[in-house]
Design a protein around this ligand. Structure first.
Ligand SMILES: [Zn+2]
Length: 148
Protein backbone atom coordinates (compact mmCIF):
# COMPACT_ATOMS: atom_id res chain seq x y z
CA UNK A 1 0.00 0.00 0.00
CA UNK A 2 1.68 3.24 -1.11
CA UNK A 3 1.76 5.47 1.91
CA UNK A 4 0.87 8.60 -0.07
CA UNK A 5 -2.68 7.31 -0.55
CA UNK A 6 -3.21 7.59 3.19
CA UNK A 7 -0.69 10.19 4.21
CA UNK A 8 -2.68 11.50 7.18
CA UNK A 9 -3.29 8.01 8.51
CA UNK A 10 -2.27 7.28 12.12
CA UNK A 11 -2.17 3.49 11.86
CA UNK A 12 -2.55 0.81 9.18
CA UNK A 13 -3.54 -2.74 10.15
CA UNK A 14 -2.00 -4.85 7.39
CA UNK A 15 -3.61 -8.04 8.74
CA UNK A 16 -6.97 -6.75 7.49
CA UNK A 17 -5.86 -6.33 3.87
CA UNK A 18 -8.33 -7.30 1.16
CA UNK A 19 -7.48 -7.40 -2.54
CA UNK A 20 -8.99 -4.60 -4.63
CA UNK A 21 -10.65 -4.98 -8.00
CA UNK A 22 -8.91 -2.12 -9.77
CA UNK A 23 -11.09 -2.41 -12.88
CA UNK A 24 -13.92 -0.93 -10.79
CA UNK A 25 -11.89 2.01 -9.45
CA UNK A 26 -11.69 5.62 -10.60
CA UNK A 27 -7.99 6.53 -10.81
CA UNK A 28 -5.67 8.41 -13.11
CA UNK A 29 -2.19 7.02 -12.40
CA UNK A 30 -2.02 4.86 -9.31
CA UNK A 31 -4.89 2.52 -8.34
CA UNK A 32 -5.36 1.02 -4.87
CA UNK A 33 -4.33 -2.64 -5.08
CA UNK A 34 -5.29 -3.38 -1.48
CA UNK A 35 -7.69 -2.08 1.11
CA UNK A 36 -6.41 -2.01 4.66
CA UNK A 37 -8.09 -0.88 7.90
CA UNK A 38 -6.72 2.61 8.49
CA UNK A 39 -7.05 4.81 11.57
CA UNK A 40 -7.50 8.56 11.14
CA UNK A 41 -8.26 11.49 13.39
CA UNK A 42 -11.67 12.96 12.60
CA UNK A 43 -11.27 16.52 11.30
CA UNK A 44 -14.55 17.50 12.96
CA UNK A 45 -14.65 15.93 16.45
CA UNK A 46 -10.94 14.93 16.71
CA UNK A 47 -11.77 11.37 17.76
CA UNK A 48 -9.80 8.55 16.13
CA UNK A 49 -11.83 6.37 13.80
CA UNK A 50 -11.18 3.37 11.58
CA UNK A 51 -11.80 3.67 7.86
CA UNK A 52 -12.21 -0.06 7.32
CA UNK A 53 -11.06 -2.11 4.36
CA UNK A 54 -14.69 -3.09 3.64
CA UNK A 55 -15.77 0.56 3.66
CA UNK A 56 -12.95 1.42 1.28
CA UNK A 57 -14.03 -1.31 -1.12
CA UNK A 58 -17.53 0.16 -1.08
CA UNK A 59 -16.27 3.73 -1.59
CA UNK A 60 -13.89 2.99 -4.45
CA UNK A 61 -15.68 0.15 -6.23
CA UNK A 62 -19.38 0.74 -5.66
CA UNK A 63 -19.86 4.44 -4.94
CA UNK A 64 -17.29 5.54 -7.51
CA UNK A 65 -15.18 7.76 -5.25
CA UNK A 66 -11.86 8.74 -6.77
CA UNK A 67 -9.07 6.59 -5.24
CA UNK A 68 -7.19 9.62 -3.94
CA UNK A 69 -10.13 10.57 -1.73
CA UNK A 70 -10.60 9.11 1.72
CA UNK A 71 -12.70 9.58 4.83
CA UNK A 72 -11.84 12.78 6.70
CA UNK A 73 -14.53 12.38 9.35
CA UNK A 74 -15.78 9.58 11.56
CA UNK A 75 -19.04 7.83 10.73
CA UNK A 76 -21.05 9.78 13.31
CA UNK A 77 -19.81 13.10 11.95
CA UNK A 78 -20.45 12.00 8.36
CA UNK A 79 -23.99 10.97 9.33
CA UNK A 80 -24.55 14.33 11.07
CA UNK A 81 -23.24 16.14 8.03
CA UNK A 82 -25.61 14.29 5.70
CA UNK A 83 -28.50 15.03 8.05
CA UNK A 84 -27.50 18.69 8.28
CA UNK A 85 -27.47 19.04 4.48
CA UNK A 86 -30.76 17.23 4.16
CA UNK A 87 -32.47 19.53 6.71
CA UNK A 88 -31.02 22.61 5.05
CA UNK A 89 -32.28 21.48 1.66
CA UNK A 90 -35.82 21.02 2.96
CA UNK A 91 -35.61 24.40 4.69
CA UNK A 92 -34.36 26.20 1.56
CA UNK A 93 -37.03 24.55 -0.51
CA UNK A 94 -39.98 25.35 1.78
CA UNK A 95 -39.27 28.50 3.78
CA UNK A 96 -40.63 31.17 1.39
CA UNK A 97 -43.85 29.34 0.60
CA UNK A 98 -44.45 28.36 4.23
CA UNK A 99 -43.99 31.91 5.54
CA UNK A 100 -46.65 33.14 3.10
CA UNK A 101 -48.98 30.18 3.49
CA UNK A 102 -51.94 29.95 5.87
CA UNK A 103 -51.18 26.31 6.65
CA UNK A 104 -50.36 26.29 10.37
CA UNK A 105 -49.34 22.63 10.37
CA UNK A 106 -46.74 23.38 7.67
CA UNK A 107 -45.46 26.29 9.78
CA UNK A 108 -45.19 24.02 12.84
CA UNK A 109 -43.32 21.38 10.82
CA UNK A 110 -40.85 23.93 9.50
CA UNK A 111 -40.38 25.51 12.94
CA UNK A 112 -39.44 22.15 14.44
CA UNK A 113 -37.21 21.43 11.45
CA UNK A 114 -35.32 24.66 12.22
CA UNK A 115 -35.04 23.57 15.87
CA UNK A 116 -33.55 20.31 14.65
CA UNK A 117 -31.13 22.20 12.40
CA UNK A 118 -29.90 24.03 15.50
CA UNK A 119 -28.92 20.70 17.04
CA UNK A 120 -26.71 19.83 14.05
CA UNK A 121 -25.21 23.23 13.40
CA UNK A 122 -23.83 25.44 16.14
CA UNK A 123 -24.01 28.61 14.07
CA UNK A 124 -26.91 29.13 11.71
CA UNK A 125 -27.29 32.21 9.51
CA UNK A 126 -29.13 35.03 11.30
CA UNK A 127 -31.85 34.98 8.65
CA UNK A 128 -32.85 31.45 9.67
CA UNK A 129 -33.27 32.52 13.31
CA UNK A 130 -35.38 35.49 12.17
CA UNK A 131 -37.59 33.23 10.08
CA UNK A 132 -37.92 30.88 13.07
CA UNK A 133 -39.21 33.81 15.16
CA UNK A 134 -41.66 34.84 12.42
CA UNK A 135 -42.99 31.28 12.25
CA UNK A 136 -43.30 31.22 16.03
CA UNK A 137 -45.33 34.44 16.02
CA UNK A 138 -47.57 33.17 13.21
CA UNK A 139 -48.20 29.95 15.13
CA UNK A 140 -48.97 31.84 18.38
CA UNK A 141 -51.35 34.16 16.56
CA UNK A 142 -53.28 31.21 15.11
CA UNK A 143 -53.63 29.75 18.64
CA UNK A 144 -55.07 33.04 19.93
CA UNK A 145 -57.53 33.12 17.06
CA UNK A 146 -58.71 29.60 17.88
CA UNK A 147 -59.11 30.45 21.59
CA UNK A 148 -60.96 33.66 20.89
ZN1 LIG B 1 -16.09 12.81 14.21
Amino acid sequence: MPRHLFWECLHLDHATAIRANISRQNYSVCPRYWYVDAVFKCSRCSENFCFTAAEQKRWYEELGFYVDSYAKNCQDCRRDERKRKELRQIYDHEIEVTLQSKDIEAKKRLASLIDEMCSFEAVLPQKIHENRRVLGRQIDRSKNQCDG
